[in-house]
Design a protein. Structure first.
Lengths: 770, 529
């Protein structure tokens, strides 16, 4: 089979991508005597060979081949015929080592499919990879490949290089097409790099930095300098990125492309043409690549692709409208057809001059938007998705609105939610309202996602070009009939209804891990799994005290101790004074916890130590234990029972926590110096709060021989964020709304621990005689 | 005035609804016609001059024992041990009978020139008493004189250095008690014998012992063979304690036992209706019931609990006996039975009972689900002599809200027992085998027992064992008005009304069952023939 490629070497870029993976699988299976060299960018912790194994071969794409060859046969095939080459298409010369250069020199065909396909790539990134990438690979190939040997450079582009125009798009150079914008790709490269510098500069303007800072504060609360700084910088980088994305989209749309992806791909073709003089070049332009009709198996898909998020959002009832006209053609092409096209082109004689091939369905076997919507509706009416409560989700009526209409509707809902959320994070919430807040946050994320789909893909829905399809038919006609049998190329073979209902949608649903039955998930929940995993291994566990293990704070404990022995009248005075001072204490606490503690602890000046010791049993019974969270104490004990090293880290005074000291292996609390049997009211040294807690955790872990990743931290508020972030595993206990949102986003375990319900909770616990 | 004797009422058309305790409230329930209701005798007349009665007892000891004065001499070591806060229920109005006895003993000691006197609360594995409770039990004078000098202590079963091994009984039971008590020239034990289980050799052999010693009789095997543990002569629990007590005596430890008995005058006048038979309620009783019932229903449980626990009972003292342990205890038991025993003809298919807000182990605290279990299947079920009131395979119906509430200070190990043990099994034997040791040796519970006011880690297990005989005997237990999830955790069945409960019980014991109600308050014990 494919005798033309027998004994040859094919060099592939973009092997870790959707199309690249499918191509490698197909080539391995169908071209038994062909060698494949795969260019892979080494990751931070993974060599090219490791990534080949992890990111390509482990994909279910290879299941079929593995079972056909058996484990040993598969291993041999891979070892003999699949050669990883470390390199990077965004570097001139591709960063190849000697072996890599040799392999590229030996390549009879180069398939360049590396690209940044995310439709929201930044302009400069798209330029580096999509625009300059093909030229780089081609130049290096030309430089290395002996001129006496045959060579063929096959580049994967996109049908959307034709831009957001209507009418026929021919399989020719873009420069020969009418209405094509005359821009120089070199100028675009220069200006994209220039824009990056500019945006980076603008992001550092004082006003903007202040804005990022206050946004970080709103999100994290008083989380400490280090975390706020980190978050602020993250926000700046995000801003730069989104700015570069919108600048890219703006530039692309100004020239008639839906986005920077299509534009850079188009300009990349242009660059390629200029370099194509000495080596034969073929360019394949697929439209939207979707799951496989039959190979490697029906429905195979890799990654969450363009149409899937939209379909799933629709089925979940999140996306009620998507812009587009009912009659418009949705040009999709199953991945095995594109692979077929690549193989057909690779197996054909190198063309004398640059040749373009569409791999698209629209002109021969159009799938109309209305038909797609009907099929999707039919599918999800028969196989509805279910919500968390186990009821089927009703799918919305589709109205084919214009894009502006959809966007403004989404915007309005988003703004409303944002306002609600801002309000809710400021309220002290508990219980069912917290669930409501969770749901609100979820809805907001979903809406934001929906909006980004509309922004990203709406422009594509407006592309109504008709991609002519003849070059591929011509070359496949010339192939050996036996070889032709093995390839899917002609989109007329596709039965859309069958494909969508029986292959594509089931695969999309499975991929999205959507709930397809009303039953609740069997087995243990994610939380239970997390909980169980907490109690395994060799760990150091750090607990915060207040509101993590007991429902109390420094003010409470002071009030209790101060009033325990006093007369009702005196109790009243102390309580009233504390209440009157509450606003001041609260605002001091919100601003800086260290200042607050130092200020508050002065009250202990002159307290008689003997008297405090005398109070200790009563304090333990009536205060520490009755205000404790039994589930929290049980957790501490469970950790100890598992052999973990447990540490209490608290801003409370040491004599306060003394009665429960045996619960932990170690206690880090504040020491207050004494003077002649009385407390001085002073606190010396740094307080274990904020970043100091994170440092303390690292220090504790190190000194007891644990890695940071072995550490677990339990805490309740955003002021403990540094501690939680520093820990290997973080558990948010009774988190305030802000921390709760953060914890959910980060996937942290959230525990809602409460006091034993038998005792009333007083606003200020006044000591009483037992 | 002589008290009317107890009797068994047969419910007919004219019988008004019956009062059931329901935790921190009551319910009036109409029992099916021809049900039987057990009413104890009315409160026995109280001794008018308790102080004189005490002096008399000290001077005229029962059994083979000299008068107290003859046992006291200068330079001796004297230890006075006393029953802890688990008795009586509720706590009695001041002066507590213990304080009167202790004061009298201290007075005699002072006269005899005894200088080395110490008071020890006989806690066994119970929680340490709070300062307020101690002061109430021993009286202000003794408290103020002894406490500041460290001479009023509470028994610490985990203080290994201060325990003394006395030896082993012929059954191999280890006897190990408080060193100070054992090494004293005289140990005076001051008891309150509220029910027939209390007192006798159990006072010292259990009250001042260690876990290693107590475990020989506080276990499933012993409890299943104690039928009932309220009837000392049929109780393996007591047989074991008696063996231990005799070993202590043989070891030369001199004990002067002072036992006191109370009548059933349990509630102050404001709760008079609780003491009266329902058909004798007058307008005032009806009004107070309606007011209390309505108000309590609207009161948060925590507050209602506070209200009830602040009640002090106007108990009258019916007897003070001193001298040799066994002789004293025989006199005591006679008095207890005189107050509580009611003769009943034949067993019943269904036994109903209302559980009050307090049991021996939740004074000033929460009656948690495990204590509900213990009070019903342990205490109330065992309030019988000869035969259980309910037949083998019969059903007990309990009235109690059974909320999943715990006191994390007094009952910390109960919480873990409820969450970790009862979620796995309710079988006493498996529980004993699999979990007891871990809880008993847990350093955190031991710390809380020794330095706080927590029951020992093993205590919830004993609660569970105390119900073992009943579990063995019964065909089912139904909790009327209990929190369903909690009730099921205990291995019981929840029902919302008495009718539902009776219907459910009927499916176990068959059609037309006989029903007997153990009326409480006050305490009543059935003598079943």
């Amino acid at each position: 089979m494919f005798d033309v490629l027998k004994g040859k070497t094919v060099f592939v870029t973009g092997g870790t991508g959707f199309l690249g993976t499918a191509f490698i699988e197909s080539a391995l299976r169908k071209l038994p005597d062909t060698r494949l060299a795969v260019l892979i960018r080494p990751g931070r912790n993974a060599s090219a060979a490791k990534r080949l194994e992890r990111d390509i071969l482990r994909n279910s794409c290879f299941d079929r081949l593995r079972s056909e060859l058996g484990a040993d046969g598969f291993r041999d095939t891979v070892r003999n015929r699949l050669l990883p080459v470390a390199g990077d298409v965004s570097i001139d010369g591709l960063g190849l080592d000697e072996a890599g250069r040799e392999l590229l020199a030996e390549a009879d065909v180069v398939i360049h499919s590396a690209a940044t396909v995310s439709f929201d790539a930044t302009l400069d990134q798209a330029v580096e990879i999509n625009l300059l990438g093909p030229g780089r690979v081609l130049s290096t190939y030309r430089e290395l490949r002996s001129a006496t040997l045959s060579a063929h450079f096959v580049s994967v582009s996109t049908a959307y290089v034709a831009g957001s125009r209507k009418g026929d798009a021919a399989e020719t150079s873009l420069s020969r097409q009418p209405h094509y914008p005359r821009v120089s790709w070199k100028d675009e490269v220069t200006s994209a790099r220039e824009l990056r510098r500019l945006v980076e500069q603008r992001s550092r303007e004082a006003k903007r930095l202040l804005h990022f800072r206050s946004a970080a504060e709103e999100e994290l609360g008083p989380a400490g300098v280090a975390l706020l700084a980190e978050r602020t910088e993250r926000l700046r980088l995000d801003w730069v990125k989104s700015e570069m994305v919108s600048l890219g989209r703006a530039r692309a749309q100004s020239l008639g492309w839906p986005d920077a992806y299509a534009m850079t791909k188009a300009l990349g073709e242009q660059a390629l043409e200029e370099l194509a003089a000495t080596i034969p070049v073929s360019v394949i332009r697929p439209s939207i690549i979707e799951s496989a009709v039959s190979e490697p198996y029906p429905g195979w898909i890799r990654g969450f692709r363009m149409a899937e998020p939209i379909i799933i959002s629709f089925a979940r009832g999140l996306l009620k409208d998507f812009p587009g006209a009912a009659e418009a053609v949705i040009d999709v092409i199953p991945v095995d057809y594109v692979v077929g096209a690549l193989l057909a082109v690779a197996a054909s004689p190198p063309p004398p001059e640059i040749t373009f091939y569409h791999s698209a369905s629209g002109s021969l076997n159009p799938l109309r938007y209305s038909k797609l919507v009907t099929l999707v509706r039919k599918y999800f009416s028969d196989h509805p998705l279910y919500d968390d409560r186990g009821s089927a989700i009703k799918i919305p009526e589709w109205t084919y609105p214009g894009r502006g209409e959809v966007e403004s509707k989404l915007n309005r809902s988003k703004e409303l939610l944002r306002a609600l959320n801002r309000l809710m994070t400021r309220l002290p919430l508990r219980g069912t309202l917290l669930d409501y807040q969770d749901r609100l946050a979820e809805t907001r994320v979903t809406l934001e996602r929906a909006q980004s789909y509309v922004e990203l893909y709406g422009a594509y829905a407006e592309c109504e070009a008709n991609y002519l399809f003849s070059n591929l038919l011509r070359i496949t006609a010339n192939l050996d009939p036996a070889d032709r049998q093995l390839l899917s190329v002609d989109p007329r073979e596709i039965d859309w209804e069958r494909f969508i209902l029986e292959t594509h949608l089931p695969s999309v649903v499975e991929h999205a891990r959507a709930k397809t039955s009303p039953t609740r998930q069997r087995g243990e929940s994610r939380e239970d799994r997390l909980r169980r995993s907490l109690l395994t291994g060799r760990r150091i566990v750090v607990f915060d005290l207040e509101n993590t293990l007991i429902a109390a704070n420094v003010v409470d404990s002071f009030a209790w101790l101060a009033t325990e022995r006093s007369s009702p009248g005196r109790k009243g005075i102390i309580a009233t004074t504390l209440l009157a001072e509450a606003p001041k204490l609260l605002s001091l606490d919100a601003r800086d916890r260290s200042d607050f503690l130092r200020y508050f602890y002065r009250r202990y000046r002159g307290a008689d130590i003997a008297e405090l010791e005398d109070q200790s049993t009563r304090f333990m019974t009536a205060f520490l234990l009755r205000k404790s969270f039994p589930k929290g104490l049980a957790r501490v004990r469970a950790h100890r029972a598992a052999g973990h090293y447990t540490v209490l880290v608290t801003g409370a005074l040491s004599f306060i926590v003394e009665p429960i000291a045996p619960l932990f292996d170690e206690i880090v609390a504040l020491e207050m110096p004494q003077d002649e049997g009385r407390l001085t009211g002073e606190i010396r040294g740094a307080l274990p709060i904020g970043e100091a807690r994170a440092d303390l955790l690292r220090q504790l872990a190190r000194s007891h021989g644990y890695g940071e990743e072995d550490s677990i931290a339990y805490a309740d508020s955003t002021s403990d964020l540094p501690l939680l972030e520093a820990a290997g595993v973080a558990v948010a206990v009774n988190p305030d709304p802000r921390l709760r949102q953060l914890a959910r986003r980060r996937g942290w375990l959230i525990e809602e621990w409460s006091r034993s319900p038998g005792y009333p909770s007083l606003f200020l616990p006044l000591g009483s005689q037992l | 005035m002589t008290a009317r004797p107890g009797f068994v009422l047969e419910v007919d058309r004219s019988t008004p609804p019956t009062l059931f305790w329901y935790g921190e409230n009551f319910r009036l329930e109409r029992l099916p016609r021809s049900s039987r209701i057990l009413y104890p005798p009315e409160p026995l007349p109280a001794i008018r001059d308790v102080r004189t009665a005490i002096e008399n007892a000290l001077d005229n000891p029962a059994g083979d024992q000299k008068p107290l004065d003859a046992l006291l001499f200068p330079g001796m070591q004297l230890t006075i041990a006393f029953d802890d806060v688990s008795l009586p229920l509720p706590q009695m109005t001041a002066p507590d009978i213990r304080s009167l006895v202790i004061e009298a003993v201290l007075e005699r000691a002072a006269q005899a020139g005894v200088e080395d006197v110490q008071l020890v609360a006989a806690l066994a594995l119970h929680r340490r008493m709070t300062e307020g409770e101690l002061k109430h039990a021993v009286g202000k004078r003794a408290y103020n004189a002894l406490k500041p000098r460290g001479l009023l202590t509470q028994h610490d079963a985990e203080d290994q250095a201060n325990m003394l091994e006395i030896g082993h009984t012929d059954q191999g039971e280890l006897v190990e008690i408080n060193r100070r008590a054992a090494e004293s020239d005289l140990l005076v034990y001051v008891n309150i014998n509220l029910v027939s289980m209390d007192g006798g050799h159990k006072s010292v052999a259990t009250g001042l012992a260690s876990y290693a010693s107590i475990r020989h009789h506080h276990n499933v095997k012993t409890m299943v063979q104690s039928r009932s543990f309220m009837d000392r002569h049929s109780s393996e629990l007591h047989s074991s304690n008696w063996r231990m007590g005799r070993l202590i005596k043989d070891a030369g430890i001199k004990i002067f036992q002072i036992e006191t008995t109370l009548n059933t005058n349990t509630f102050p006048d404001s709760f008079r209706f609780l003491q009266r038979r329902e058909w004798e309620w007058d307008l005032r009783d009806r009004a107070s019931f309606v007011a209390a019932n309505g108000a309590l229903a609207k009161t948060p449980p925590a507050l209602a609990r506070q209200i009830f626990h602040s009640i002090r009972s106007p108990y009258g003292v019916t007897g003070v006996n001193a001298g040799e342990v066994e002789a004293v205890h025989d006199l005591t038991l006679a008095k207890v039975f005189e107050q509580q025993l009611v003769r009943v003809e034949g067993q019943t298919d269904i036994l109903t009972m209302g559980l009050p807000f307090v049991g021996p182990y939740n004074v000033n605290s929460i009656m948690n689900p495990i204590l509900v279990y213990c009070l019903s299947l342990g205490y109330f079920f065992n309030m019988y002599r000869h035969k259980p009131l309910v037949r083998k395979g019969g059903v007990v119906i309990i009235s109690h809200p059974t909320r999943p509430e715990f006191d994390p200070a007094f009952h910390p190990s109960y919480i873990d027992f409820y969450e970790q043990v009862l979620t796995e099994t309710t079988d006493p034997l498996i529980i004993e085998q699999k979990y007891e040791e871990t809880f008993a040796r847990d350093p955190w519970y031991i710390h809380l027992y020794r330095t706080g006011n927590a029951y020992h880690g093993v205590h919830p297990f004993y609660m569970w064992y105390w119900g073992a005989h009943a579990l063995d005997h019964l065909g089912g237990v139904i909790v009327m008005g209990g929190d369903p999830k909690t009730v099921r955790r205990l291995g019981f069945k929840p029902a919302s009304t008495l009718n539902d409960a009776l219907e459910m019980a009927g499916s176990i014991v068959g059609a037309n069952p006989t029903v007997t109600h153990l009326h409480s308050p006050p305490l009543v014990m059935a003598d079943v023939y």
